[in-house]
Design a protein around this ligand. Structure first.
Ligand code: ADP
Length: 397
């Protein structure tokens, strides 16, 4: 039996899971439990025999994980007999404490908890998942893989905000960056597609999902990234504003009387595509734009302008890029965004071939013309597989 890793991604009201065969990288089983702590809970469990949809209300992550383990049992493939060698956990914020995945012990748990102020919405459910899974599967190593870890290679010039040094240090204020697991995965895939050694490859990775970020990768190491202390900075996102003048916050505080929580809500949940166009899903924004909705038309322009802005910046940071890589929901599926965000960059060596760009495909592929100085490519991301690989490489050594 080959070694398998159970990958767990625990959100505040959900548990996403995947059993990964690390021999060939395939998912043998995957699923999603939603609405933990609410009514109308639902578990979707999928393996090679098909999909099971189970209606089940679960009060907390502990019961949630038990229901998931029960689904494995009921399909005749108990987890205990799956060749499981480790559990990999997605953790959003590792602060400046974790530059690599780590086998979880009580100290690691305490550190993840101590980092909660940096990711108040994400680290607590990530930690709850780890605690529950360690109790349920006590004989296995549990590996935490941090979204921020890949960006711990940022030079001080890129991670330092020009703030009063002691205030910043006291409160951990610096750029951390996110989406690192995804960027790490697609960087390896991009180098493979380019037939280059990752160590000799410069990439600009555009992860465009609900959250969106740009990262400059030199030789497999992150050297600049658009998300900052929190995932709010940088590109325009589904509901987050991305970059703005911090003075806007003082202005709204003074002139509109908005409290800190109102401002947080505005920037994180009511801005981005939703704020501009009234819809946070890019497919709906396109639909409205095609009907001539001027808010949707402007939202798309702002979205692509911001991407172009970062591509130019990161070309300058890297000096030279071998490829611009699109990934995640919008990056992988939206030919319009890909071509518009890179239009007018031919003199920088960046060009999109419109026929190649329009071809759908689930596999990594190049969408720039042959002979282009900078390749443009679409690389589907796979964060769960990357977590499984990082977990196995840690416990196998
Ligand atoms: P998450 O950041 O939650 O992991 P995804 O990477 O799955 O998100 O991206 C989700 C977003 O991708 C959706 O909100 C939607 O805007 C976008 N998306 C998905 N499919 C398409 C498509 N075919 N065309 C354009 N956008 C798409």
């Amino acid at each position: 039996m080959t070694a398998t890793v159970l990958v767990l991604n625990c959100g505040s009201s959900s548990i996403k899971y995947r059993l990964v065969d690390t021999g060939n990288g395939t998912a043998t089983t995957q699923g999603l439990l939603e609405r933990i702590g609410e009514s109308g809970g639902r578990l979707r469990h999928e393996d090679s025999d098909g999909v099971r949809e189970i209606d089940v209300d679960v009060p907390d992550h502990e019961r949630g994980l038990r229901e998931i383990m029960r689904a494995f049992d009921e399909t005749g493939r108990p987890l205990a007999e799956s060749g499981l060698v480790a559990v990999g956990h997605r953790v959003v914020h590792g602060g400046d404490r974790f530059a690599d995945p780590v086998v979880v012990d009580d100290d690691v748990e305490a550190t993840i908890e101590a980092l909660t102020p940096l990711a108040p919405l994400h680290n607590p459910p990530n930690l709850a998942g780890i605690q529950v899974a360690r109790r349920a599967l006590p004989d296995l190593p549990h590996v935490a893989v941090f979204d921020t870890a890949f960006h711990q290679s940022l030079p001080a010039s890129a991670y330092t905000y020009a703030l009063d040094t002691s205030t910043a240090a006291e409160h951990g204020v610096r750029r951390y960056g996110f989406h690192g697991t995804s960027v790490s995965y697609v960087s390896h895939e991009a180098a493979r597609l380019l037939e280059r050694r990752l160590e000799d490859t410069n990439l600009i990775v555009l992860h465009l999902g609900n959250g969106a970020s740009a990262t400059a990768v030199r030789g497999g190491r992150s050297v600049d990234t658009s998300m900052g202390l929190t995932p709010l900075e940088g590109l325009v996102m589904g509901t987050r504003s991305g970059d703005l003048d911090p003075g806007i916050l003082f202005h709204l505080r003074r002139e509109a009387g908005m409290a800190v929580d109102d401002l947080d809500d505005l920037l994180n949940r009511r801005s981005g595509l939703l704020g501009l166009a009234g819809a946070n899903d890019m497919r709906e924004v396109h639909r409205r734009a095609r009907e001539g909705d001027e808010h949707a038309l402007l939202a798309r322009e702002v979205y692509c302008h911001r991407i172009r802005h970062y591509v130019g910046a990161y070309l300058a940071v890297l000096g030279h890029a071998h490829a611009v890589v699109f990934t995640a929901g919008i990056g992988e599926n939206d030919a319009w965004v890909r071509s518009h965000s890179l239009s007018g960059l031919r003199r920088l060596g960046i060009e999109v071939d419109h026929v190649r760009n329009a071809l759908p495909g689930r596999r990594a592929h190049v969408i720039s013309p042959d002979g282009a100085e900078v390749a443009v490519m679409v690389v589907p991301t796979d964060e769960e597989l990357e977590i499984a690989r990082q977990a196995i490489s840690l416990v196998a050594t």
